[in-house]
Write a protein that binds this ligand. Structure first.
Ligand code: NDP
Length: 323
């Protein structure tokens, strides 16, 4: 049976380490601050933003929340970003995605000061990551790498297969793995013989958004499986598919649920599952992240880490060791 990689415990430890470093900065007169802008009233985004605020304050940082109505104009949002860019109390700026359709997401993201772009989505940060320069890495991919390093140590030479090529998960995970000297294969919806591709992986990262796509026999014996997927499904569907684990009810309070942008639907038992058939893969893998409780909690922890790193860079302070 695979080792279960406990992302919840790792994230709690990382948040505690960030908190200690924040306390250390106080002596130098620096208190990191994270500003989050939320446009509209999507309930899942609202939960996620509240969680971010709570964890930011718990780490000893300033949290600034800007809730704007759904009909906020692009210019108004850009004006807010400009104010936050200039605000010396703000070291990290995050605009919660997705934005309403009338706003050009790329324009807003690229208006954020690069050194305050704690989501790592600014095109300059994307480019810096790809050429191997210093950059704030996107949070969920950074969380995947921290879990992998914790589990495996040096990743050099390992064959990593990433399923998914989105700009927010698949591509940056692949870049980070490449930086860690893995041999990287990126698979997507047009990949032929996906099970065969996956079976070649020492490290298999699934970032797809298709419930339990990866079957047990897609996993190479002993491989490390990182399941980024967060899918809310009706428990009855899983039971019908012979899922042995059964419905666990609501996981809505966890970071995972919020990160998915997926609100719990009214009525009917549901549960969160990943992109990997956990029960089957667990029999074959060497180590595996569960859903929930794997990658999900790492996202906000890495956001706090990025905010701390941004504050250090902005104030010309060396980043604390061990983060
Ligand atoms: P996207 O929908 O943006 O990308 C999905 C990727 O999967 C695409 O590249 C797509 O290929 C590929 N894909 C879709 N279907 C298949 C298939 N049948 N076989 C192979 N590849 C396929 O999703 P995201 O990257 O934003 O998110 C992926 C998952 O991660 C979701 O479940 C999401 O909820 C979760 N997530 C979790 C986070 C966390 O904090 N843990 C944070 C962010 C996301 P193509 O490009 O060809 O269309």
């Amino acid at each position: 049976m695979a080792t279960i990689i406990d992302g919840r415990a790792f994230a709690a430890d990382l948040r505690a380490r960030v908190g200690e470093a924040v306390a250390g900065l106080a002596a130098r007169g620096v208190r990191p601050g994270l500003a989050v802008a939320l446009v509209g009233d999507d309930p899942a985004s609202g939960v996620y933003v509240r969680n971010k605020g709570k964890q930011t304050r718990a780490a000893g940082m300033n949290s600034f929340e800007h809730k704007l109505p759904a009909d906020t104009g692009q210019d108004e949002l850009l004006a807010l970003v400009a104010r936050l860019n200039a605000d010396p109390q703000v070291h990290g700026i995050l605009v919660q995605l997705p934005l309403p359709a009338h706003i050009d997401e790329a324009k807003v993201i690229n208006a954020i000061r690069v050194d305050k772009d704690v989501d790592g989505f600014h095109f300059e940060n994307v480019g810096r990551l790809s050429v191997g320069a210093e950059a704030l890495p996107p949070c969920t991919p950074a969380g995947c790498l921290l879990l992998l390093r914790h589990q495996l140590g040096d990743l050099t030479g390992r064959h990593a297969v990433v399923i998914g090529r989105s700009n927010i998960v698949g591509k940056p995970v692949a870049q980070l793995l490449l930086r860690a000297h893995c041999t990287v294969t990126i698979a997507h919806s047009r990949t032929r013989d996906l099970p065969v591709v996956c079976r070649a992986a020492d490290i298999l990262v699934a970032a797809v958004g298709v419930p339990q796509l990866v079957k047990g026999d897609w996993v190479r014996p002993g491989a490390t499986v990182i399941d980024v997927g967060i899918n809310r499904v009706a428990a009855a569907d899983l039971d019908a598919a012979g899922d042995a684990a059964g419905a666990s009810g609501d996981a809505g309070a966890s970071g995972d649920a919020g990160a998915s942008g997926d609100a719990k639907p009214a009525g009917g038992a549901t549960r969160l599952v990943g992109d990997v058939d956990f029960a089957a893969a667990q029999q074959v893998a060497g180590a595996i992240t569960p859903v929930p409780g794997g990658v999900g909690p790492m996202t906000i922890a890495c956001l706090l880490r990025n905010t701390l790193l941004a504050a250090c860079r902005i104030h010309g302070i060396e980043a604390p060791a061990g983060l």
